[in-house]
Write a protein that binds this ligand. Sequence first.
Ligand code: NDP
Length: 328
Amino acid sequence: MSEFKALLVSEEQGQFTRRVVLRRIDELPAGEVLIRVHWSSLNYKDALSASGNRGVTRHYPHTPGIDAAGVVEASAVPELVPGDEVIVTGYDLGMNTPGGFGQYIRVPAGWVLKRPAGLSLRESMVLGTAGLTAGLCIDKLQRAGLTAGAGPVLVTGATGGVGSIAVAMLAQQGHEVVAMTGKADQADFLRGLGASEVISREEMQSGTGKMLLAERWAAAVDTVGGDILFNVVKSLRYDASVACCGLTAGGQFQASVFPFILRSVNLLGVDSVEQPLVAKASMWDRLSLQWKTDLSRLEREITLDQLSDHIDTILAGSMTGRAVVNLG
Ligand code: NDP
């Protein structure tokens, strides 16, 4: 098959349009591994790429999709052979390299992981970059001393992809989870994932002018950034940590040194994109075995044709859970 279906984002007179089109395999960039993609997933970054954000994607027309799972069709390296089931997340996939919103990708072998033993290709994309990121956040918090029973763990942006998986995974591991959301009508959804308490975004937005807030959190996973992140820092318990991975509320915040020098708290950065492949493999193994979590309540399956509407939804901050893309 030399033609395949892909979502193509094009720039026309300053406007970005999205269409499902037929592309040719010989239009893909050079690379060591050609993969027939069966599953992908929708992440916030894909929506930025699909709406013309030059910080994510410089050149259009372009096919987004930072996650892909499928079967090797051709390979120039001995470690990967046709028929191998594989996943690719992050690096340049879907940014300036045509991504998982097309039925074929061609990528460097150094981006490709064999499907983790405990996950189907579809399950690996329900997790996708969001699940990998949630896992890396929890791992970093546990390395910094978080244990089950330590007290409430806050998750911000809790109904989103990273947030909802973090809620489910933390709850399954025995943590008391407090979910912060802007969606008052999604409290039951969050409780169903394992949150013991749901608080409003407004609650975490107040107190921005104060140096410190009451000590509440044994740890936090922050997916939203902005001044909410620093309010989280100010309300961490003594010696506690927040893992910072996202920016839906903003890329900047007002800060002071006081929480750090008076409460010994830690602000931990988390990146899932450029992690060395060996580190990704180790986290995927954990996600597929010890940390395997039932995500059926938070996933929905969509087709390539339904992607554009979901991109608008995630851009509006209205998405709940994960959309897994079936590419056939
Ligand atoms: P989603 O859109 O699925 O989730 C984001 C959530 O943030 C929303 O559902 C909403 O949750 C909340 N939110 C949206 N707008 C605002 C706002 N203006 N103020 C406060 N909260 C808001 O995105 P993802 O889960 O895919 O990604 C979350 C963030 O993490 C993004 O910024 C993304 O770029 C980043 N990310 C970073 C990675 C890394 O490697 N560091 C990897 C993956 C993602 P609610 O309504 O419940 O409050």
